[in-house]
Design a protein around this ligand. Structure first.
Ligand SMILES: Cc1ncc(C[n+]2csc(CCOP(=O)(O)OP(=O)(O)O)c2C)c(N)n1
Ligand SMILES: [Mg+2]
Length: 344
């Protein structure tokens, strides 16, 4: 098995045709990245206004990574996004009202008000989302099992599983990748390397040079990708997904980003060196892609304003609908509970 490779960048390339997408789809990527960021910024404001219970997690800096991968999924493919992957929900068409209901603990949310994190479980065609649980990376064996089911049933479907740089050290990730390599499963593993696991930097997490090195270790390709460049992420994800669909087995994509905010709202991330934050702010995925569109696709101020207005209106409607959604009925508290012990 050959060594890992570094993906050739598209955004810094002058040849726009490398993106392989028409103008409408290129603008669609921008719209989805902007929607991702705007939903999370709106959620932050709602949290500060005391309107979201519990804590609040965002994926600022991960917009290109999430949107780029999700945009390469096929209609019948499945994905297991995590707490930094709002962009996957946006691309797969989850209604913003359902997202805000979930954050607000309302009955219209994915868990009917039982939790306030991103937990969409929806296997309808075009959505195909497996909900995460808090334990990390517990969804990786499950999504690997889905890939095994696709293979056994000879269905031309692909599974995409997400994991963080920190959680990638856990046994479930290694055991799953080993099985996927042995059985040539139709799966793509995404490691969102945002350089921190809570306050732990990569230097205290792993000693190999790249997390993508673990692909060849288990018998498949590992690719390091600039996760702030949506077109490179899209191209590499599309290649890996179509390779898996054609029977070519798994791929590990390591997407390099920076978690541009704290682990959650309570964390000011003072431990992240200012110079690192400045470096990634200068490569902000949304700003970078907008600038690319202006130069390479002649994105006009009017078009940009229209996209912003549409995104803003959709999100404000989502917030209003969520606020109109009731809190869960206490009588439903045991719905979905697996086992209840009754003591007389
Ligand atoms: C098994 C397990 N241990 C600890 C935690 C608490 N925890 C939640 S997120 C997190 C950091 C995860 O870091 P990483 O995998 O890099 O993902 P990131 O949050 O950076 O996207 C930790 C330790 C958990 N959810 N699951
Ligand atoms: Mg991390």
């Amino acid at each position: 098995m050959s060594a890992i490779r570094q993906a050739e960048p598209v955004l810094s390339a002058t040849d726009a045709s490398q993106a392989g997408l028409d103008r409408e789809r290129l603008l669609g990527l921008y719209r989805d990245m902007l929607a991702t960021r705007t939903i999370e910024e709106r959620g932050n404001l709602l949290f500060k206004a005391g309107r979201l219970p519990g804590s609040y997690y965002t994926g600022r800096g991960n917009e290109a990574a999430s949107v780029g991968v999700a945009s390469a999924l096929g209609e019948d493919d499945v994905a297991s996004p995590l707490h930094r992957n709002m962009g996957v929900h946006v691309v797969r068409g989850v209604d913003p009202a359902a997202l805000f209901c979930q954050y607000m603990g309302r009955s219209g949310g994915a868990t009917g008000g039982r939790d306030s994190n991103l937990r969409t479980n929806d296997f309808s065609p075009g959505v195909g989302l497996l909900a995460g649980v808090s334990h990390l990376p517990a969804m990786i064996p499950v999504i690997t099992g889905m890939a095994l089911a696709f293979q056994l049933r000879r269905e031309p479907r692909v599974a995409v599983g997400w994991c963080g740089d920190g959680a990638a050290a856990r046994g479930d990730m290694h055991e799953s990748m080993n099985l996927a390599g042995v059985r040539d499963l139709p799966i793509v593993y995404i490691i969102d390397n945002n350089q921190y696991a809570y306050s732990t930097p990569n230097s205290l997490s792993f000693a190999c040079e790249h997390l993508a090195d673990r692909g060849p270790a288990y018998g498949f390709e590992g690719i390091v990708v600039d996760g702030t460049d949506v077109l490179t992420v899209y191209r590499e994800a599309a290649r890996a997904i179509e390779k898996a669909r054609a029977g070519g087995g798994p791929t590990l994509l390591e997407l390099i980003t920076l978690r541009m905010e704290g682990h959650a709202v309570h964390d000011d991330a003072a431990y992240v060196p200012r110079s690192l934050l400045e470096e990634f702010t200068a490569r902000d995925p949304v700003d970078r892609y907008r600038a690319w569109l202006q130069v390479n696709q002649e994105l006009t101020d009017e078009e940009q304003a229209a996209i912003e207005a549409e995104v803003r209106a959709t999100i404000e409607k989502g917030v209003a609908d969520a606020e109109a959604s009731p809190l869960p009925d206490p009588d439903t508290v045991l719905d979905g509970v697996y086992a209840v012990s009754s003591q007389e």
